[in-house]
Design a protein around this ligand. Structure first.
Ligand SMILES: Nc1ncnc2c1ncn2[C@@H]1O[C@H](COP(=O)(O)OP(=O)(O)OP(=O)(O)O)[C@@H](O)[C@H]1O
Length: 324
């Protein structure tokens, strides 16, 4: 159901990740924008410049007066620091500079969580598990530059979405090799979270650490190069991909146990679609379920791959509809 007047200005929705920034116009809340403007985040010095470029590329008349942005950052104050992108900006200054009636910021995985309330086949593809438990929470999780997650809970006749810091739970360990890797990353970063292995920056850190453990000279590699060399058969890069997959499956299993997310695990983020067939769902699922007495509990939970070109933008639109 449309909740805007036909003559109302559209709302600009944007998803600012550590690597990629995307934006679109919502003319009908609940529906994804038709056209998506995507640029590397690092091409812009800050949020205002990105939003100006997006408005120039997307909008006609009437121009949007409301903007809602999903960002990969904690949101407790007016000043926002996007560490992975090197942006620092004030929400109120940005709103004033752009002459907006409202500029709202939301955690990027909360936006993904709102999309999860709406996805049906083929926008979600079931990869593993059984049927969703009715009225149980769902978990959204996904590796991009970092590892994000959100909890999506049914609440009477509507949904609530909660930000979590699930990417920062401790990494799972089931072998001496994983223990050696985790200790190396712990010594480097002070804590070896799941994100230190199961994300784009994680793959790069794992690559460095495994080279060091195996006595190879340092050689920095991007996540894209590691994935390409893994597919070409390079043994160390194949191991990085295997460690990434195992850490993601283990983290998703721990979060499912901690939250009772029997409504389904929705796996998104930019890396898995980029990997395509190189992502091993069997390896993921083996670690998702490898939780001793709770193996059967986890095996019953459906695991879906999010199969949507801009889930955070869809989620922002669903959120606008829910607020209307
Ligand atoms: N083919 C690939 N194989 C492995 N990693 C890749 C590939 N293509 C991109 N990446 C990695 O994916 C990450 C970007 O993913 P995504 O587009 O989800 O980013 P983002 O939305 O900017 O991230 P975030 O929301 O976590 O800040 C980068 O770390 C990049 O190195």
């Amino acid at each position: 159901m449309s909740t805007t007047r036909p003559d109302a200005p559209p709302v600009l929705v944007a998803d600012i990740g550590g690597t990629n920034a995307r934006a679109g116009l919502v003319t009908e809340p609940g529906h994804a924008p038709g056209t998506v403007f995507t640029r590397p985040t690092a091409d812009f010095p800050g949020l205002a410049e990105f939003l100006q470029a997006a408005m120039a590329a997307l909008s006609g008349e009437p121009r949007p007066m409301r903007v809602i942005c999903a960002v990969a950052s904690p949101l407790h104050e007016d000043t926002v620091r996007l560490t992975n992108a090197g942006w620092t900006f004030s929400i109120s200054d940005t709103q004033r500079r752009l002459g907006l009636e409202a500029l709202t910021l939301m955690n990027d995985w909360v936006a993904q969580g709102w999309a999860v309330t709406r996805l049906v086949e083929p926008q979600r593809l079931q990869r593993k598990g059984g049927k969703p438990a009715a009225d149980a929470p769902r978990l959204a999780i996904g590796p991009g530059t970092g590892l994000g997650s959100a909890l999506v809970t049914p609440c009477a006749d509507h949904w609530q979405v909660f930000a979590t810091e699930g990417g920062h739970i401790s990494v799972g360990i089931t072998s001496q090799r994983e223990a050696d890797l985790a200790l190396r990353l712990h010594n480097r970063f002070g804590h070896c979270s799941a994100e230190r292995v199961a994300s784009g920056v994680g793959m790069e850190a794992v690559h460095d650490a495994l080279r060091e453990i195996d006595g190879h000279p340092p050689r920095s590699c991007s996540a894209e190069t590691i994935a390409r060399e893994a597919v070409a058969g390079d043994p160390l890069c194949r191991e990085v991909l295997a460690q990434f997959t195992a850490a993601l499956g283990s983290a998703a299993g721990d979060l499912a146990l901690a939250t009772g997310a029997r409504g389904g695990i929705y796996v998104g983020g930019g890396i898995i679609p980029a990997l395509g067939d190189a992502f091993d769902w069997n390896r993921f699922h083996a670690r998702f379920t490898a939780k001793g007495r709770f193996q059967d509990y986890l095996a019953a939970i459906p695991v879906y791959a999010i199969n949507h070109p801009a889930p955070a933008l869809l989620g922002l639109s669903v959120y606008l509809e829910a607020q209307a």
